[in-house]
Write a protein that binds this ligand. Structure first.
Ligand SMILES: NC(=O)c1ccc[n+]([C@@H]2O[C@H](COP(=O)([O-])OP(=O)(O)OC[C@H]3O[C@@H](n4cnc5c(N)ncnc54)[C@H](O)[C@@H]3O)[C@@H](O)[C@H]2O)c1
Length: 261
């Protein structure tokens, strides 16, 4: 089992929600943290909440330069990277095409910008963070885990063709990277896995109206939202247990995904 104490986590989206919860959990167990986020003020507040050995980097995960700077900061501040958690993500929901209920003709459609922005942050951004951090992990002889965040939305949620597509793409990455690491002889040191949360109590969902929330909860057997700390606990377990690799691990409170029982 790997120890958290003195291990270094690089977390994007670390100023809020699940990323912040992972950073706090990691620091509480004696780990060092580098959090990257585009939200400058929230990032400074997060640093205060996390305490301990925490470095912050204001960065846009869609920028190659920013992603390299984030990974470099971990090496210059702490000398290594052990956990990579590229958790920055957004939703911009909408139907792909909206036929008018009276005329049956399409009156509105999802813009390219609405599709592309989600792809840029949730998919390209993940690729850049993971590529830059993995390069430095290998070159500095680090041991640890690339922990991606997919979603139950990866199975296909109406109104989320942009988001669901990115999360489905992220779901395949643990298989691809585990095979690549194996091929090049680094898979005993660097693993890749993904978590797929259901509906979590983070700022994204807390802003939802009560009716939509009640609808969602009808499909959740534990009858409540997942707490960010419950997701963070899974990330830490995946890190510690080296037998866990190459898979997607769900954390959704028993969410009914197929036929209703
Ligand atoms: N909350 C849920 O129910 C849920 C469920 C499944 C998966 N997820 C995934 O977990 C991850 C975290 O979600 P969350 O609920 O904590 O969201 P959140 O909105 O609380 O946090 C996301 C963070 O990402 C940052 N960010 C956005 N764009 C960025 C960019 N271009 N560069 C750098 N940082 C940027 C934001 O500033 C924010 O701090 C996301 O990838 C999300 O898709 C969330």
């Amino acid at each position: 089992m790997l120890e958290i104490k003195d291990s270094v986590a690089v977390i994007t989206g670390g100023a809020s929600g699940i990323g912040l919860a992972v950073a706090q959990y990691w620091a509480q167990q004696g780990g060092k943290v580098v959090i990257g986020d585009i939200a400058e003020e929230a990032l400074a507040a997060a640093k205060d909440r996390i305490g301990g050995d925490t470095a912050t980097v204001v960065c846009d995960v869609t920028s190659e330069e920013d992603s390299a700077r984030l990974a470099d900061t971990a090496i210059s501040a702490f000398g290594r990277i052990n956990l990579v958690a590229p958790f920055a993500g957004i939703i911009m929901d909408g139907l792909m095409v909206v036929p008018d209920r009276d005329t049956g003709k399409v009156t509105k459609k999802m813009s390219l910008a609405q599709f592309q922005k989600v792809v840029d942050i949730n998919l390209t951004g993940v690729f850049l963070t993971v590529r830059e951090c993995t390069e430095r992990m290998i070159n500095n002889g680090c041991r640890g885990l690339i922990c991606l965040v997919s979603s139950t939305g990866s199975l296909g949620t109406a109104g989320q063709i942009n988001y669901s597509s990115t999360k489905a793409a992220v779901s395949v990455m643990p298989k691809v990277l585990t095979a690549e690491f194996f091929r090049r002889g680094v898979s005993d040191k660097i693993r890749c896995a993904a978590i797929a949360p259901g509906y979590c109590a983070t700022p994204i969902l807390e802003g939802m109206n009560q009716k939509a929330l009640d609808n969602i909860l009808q499909d959740v057997p534990i009858k409540r939202l997942i707490q960010p700390e419950e997701v963070a606990s899974l990330v830490v377990e995946l890190y510690r247990n080296e037998a866990l690799a190459g898979e997607v691990f769900y954390v959704h409170g028993g969410l009914r995904l197929g036929s209703r029982g």
